[in-house]
Design a protein around this ligand. Structure first.
Ligand code: CP
Length: 305
């Protein structure tokens, strides 16, 4: 089992059965979000450390809420407020935290593979909350849950993932997950943000630079944030981006009539998608955020029990 005492490091190494088991448990936790009393006892006595070396609103908050709803205690640390800002290394920071005997560490880091490296050296489960441009496993799980709220199954769907594919851990985790369920995954973006080798990332993954081609007959359109913080040279003319790769209402007519529009957030209105689309009936962006809590409750339960 890939979700184990090592934690959850990526979607690539998970089996379809294991993903289904997490999603089933997440469905079980969805109604908890609407109960008057939301606190469960399942992880009572457990201590979870959230260690974020990169900014986050959704992932960090929802891991914390998920842990608390499961009855666990949490401590949240960001790099800027910790001894990392005094020059402490990643390994020393993690060894220091491990010496306080938490039961799991949730970690976001700018370096691809950082959680995998630490999982090999620490006796504590590590949950990857996003590592560089590599993976964001809980985002893909919550995206799958959100699609399944609107569709009976993933099998046979066409999902267009559009934008800054090159720097997107969300695109990679989603491509791995959706591919395992027989989804046709179309990755689309400007050529400088769409590495050709991603065609070999997983079965059923196709690449196109043409946004209209990507969207035609899509069941799901997943827009991505342009990650300017990871771009160290000009990769596209910023003023032209929306014209070629921004999602506007006229695109929606090319997709299936009941198309779902997704975005992992944070969204940049007017760059990646218009406000009209972001706030439309097709948009499930806030449903994704809500499902983040249920999915992270399921992941924490699986890792810690
Ligand atoms: N989707 C996502 O990872 O958002 P945050 O960066 O706000 O956590």
């Amino acid at each position: 089992m890939a979700v184990s005492d090592k934690g959850l490091l990526g979607i690539e190494e998970l089996s379809r059965e294991e993903i289904e088991a997490i999603l089933e448990r997440a469905k079980h936790f969805q109604p908890v979000q609407h109960q008057a009393v939301k606190k469960l006892e399942i992880l009572r006595g457990k201590m979870i450390v959230n260690l974020f070396f990169e900014s986050s609103t959704r992932t960090r908050t929802s891991f914390e809420i998920a842990a608390k709803r499961m009855g666990a205690d949490t401590v949240s640390i960001s790099a800027s407020g910790s001894s990392v800002s005094k020059g402490e290394s990643l390994v020393d920071t993690l060894n220091t935290l491990a010496a306080m005997r938490p039961d799991a560490i949730v970690m976001r880091h700018a370096a691809s593979g950082a959680p995998h490296f630490l999982a090999r050296h620490l006796p504590i489960p590590i949950i990857n909350a996003g590592d560089g441009t590599h993976e964001h496993p809980t985002q893909a799980l919550l995206d799958a849950l959100t699609i399944l709220d609107k569709r009976p199954s993933l099998e046979g769907l066409r999902v267009a993932i559009i934008g800054d594919i090159a720097h997107s851990r969300v695109a990679r985790s989603n491509a791995h997950l959706l591919s395992k369920f027989g989804v046709e995954v179309v990755l689309c973006g400007p050529s400088t943000l769409l590495p050709r080798e991603l065609e070999h990332l997983a079965p059923n993954v196709h690449l196109t630079w043409d946004m209209n081609e990507a969207i035609t007959d899509a069941d799901v359109i997943m827009m991505l944030r342009v990650q300017l913080e990871r771009q160290h040279e000009v990769l596209f003319p910023a003023s032209e981006y929306f014209r070629f790769y921004g999602l506007a209402q006229e695109h929606i007519d090319r997709a299936k009539p009941d198309v779902i529009v997704m975005h992992p957030g944070p969204i940049n209105r007017g760059r990646e998608l218009s406000s009209e689309v972001a706030d439309s009936q097709s948009s499930v962006i806030l449903n994704q955020v809500e499902n983040g809590v249920a999915v992270r409750m399921a992941v924490l339960e699986r890792v810690l029990n």
